[in-house]
Design a protein around this ligand. Structure first.
Ligand SMILES: O=C(O)CCC(=O)C(=O)O
Ligand SMILES: [Fe+2]
Length: 334
């Protein structure tokens, strides 16, 4: 009884902070860390319902593009794929990146100096020095390329502007998607050091209100080389046992959801996976080898975690029309 009264007052407090900040965001696109914190608090206090309600409002207000061209990398991305994705929170497409693109992406990553997660600090800091990734002598569990380094790789830029991904994202989000994050990183075995910072412990993402991530495996991924792990169906509700923000131990997640729902997504290089990382997920710690992964995130709003816009000057000429015609989706490119 006492607990529910406390929850009621907490909810009221954070809701009023959030409402004010969200109203301001709708007028001016501005919000503060206080508004974002309140957003995360309300999510947990409502078992995720707060985001669902907001997403419905956003979908109604923003609407969809009438016709996105039928072209791009995805083949089995029709209603059945969407249905499955909505139900499970993840989906492995039949389509694959082709050998030529894979080789080009891999070679680019192998020769381009990259920052690494600095495991000497507890914060999720990346090194200012850049190194060539050496899988024989890893110095970190995670090495991450910057946005501009990503855009300089042509096949990655092609994926960023792929219409079939945009379309799938639109159907899932229920409105025009906003490209809001691209990420490209190496993972390496590191004896569990830096697991938290490397996203190798179960967690849910809450940077935005509603979002979808596309994962592209650039190297073969088996059970020892860092499969993405997802708790099937955990994206729709937050059971009371895990109703808090933060990182979770495997044991805890297993005891709530059951082993049968903990999915290790292994796959050959070229595999394409959609994931709603509002559900519980992690990258499995590597026991050997390496994993190279590219990721694109689309969201229904830019309210949430602050992110740095991508530099427009790096966008290839051939995508200029798309940038103009779908400018709403690329508003985070400055
Ligand atoms: O490395 C992974 O598979 C998971 C990364 C992660 O947590 C994320 O992209 O949100
Ligand atoms: Fe995550």
């Amino acid at each position: 009884m006492l607990k529910s009264v406390t929850t009621f007052f907490k909810k009221r407090k954070y809701q009023s902070i959030f409402d004010k900040e969200y109203a301001e965001f709708q007028k001016s696109n501005k919000f503060s860390g206080k508004g974002y914190k309140a957003f995360r608090k309300i999510f947990v206090l409502t078992h995720g319902r707060s985001n669902d309600e907001l997403s419905e409002q956003i979908a109604e207000k923003i609407g969809k593009y009438a016709n996105i061209p039928q072209s791009g990398i995805l083949k089995n991305s029709g209603e059945a794929a969407l249905e499955q994705f909505r139900k499970d929170g993840y989906y492995v497409f039949d389509a694959c990146l082709d050998e030529v693109a894979l080789a080009e992406i891999y070679e680019y990553a192998a020769k381009t100096p990259v920052s690494y997660l600095d495991t000497k600090t507890n914060a999720q800091d990346y090194s200012s020095e850049k190194v060539i990734f050496d899988s024989a002598n890893p110095i970190s569990p995670r090495y991450q390329f910057s946005n501009s380094e990503i855009l300089q790789c042509k096949p990655l830029q092609k994926l960023i502007f792929d219409f079939s991904l945009l379309k799938f994202a639109q159907e899932y989000l229920g409105c025009k998607p906003i490209l809001d994050l691209v990420a490209f990183w190496w993972s390496a075995p590191f004896n569990g050091i830096g697991k938290n910072g490397a996203a190798q412990m179960y967690h849910f993402d809450l940077d935005r209100i509603k979002f979808i991530k596309f994962f592209f495996y650039i190297t073969d991924v088996d059970t020892d080389t860092g499969p993405h792990c997802y708790v099937k169906g955990s994206h729709t509700d937050l059971p009371k046992e895990v109703n808090r923000d933060g990182r979770f131990e495997d044991k805890e997640i297993e005891s709530i959801y059951g082993k049968e729902n903990l999915i290790e997504i292994t796959g050959k290089k070229g595999s394409i996976i959609a994931v709603d990382t509002r559900g519980f997920h992690k990258g499995k710690e590597l026991l050997k080898g390496k994993r190279l992964l590219f990721q694109i995130q689309f969201s229904n709003s830019l309210f949430g975690q602050t992110s740095s816009p991508t530099n427009l000057s790096l966008i290839n000429e051939e995508y200029q029309n798309q940038l103009n015609e779908y400018s709403y989706s690329y508003s985070n490119i400055s």
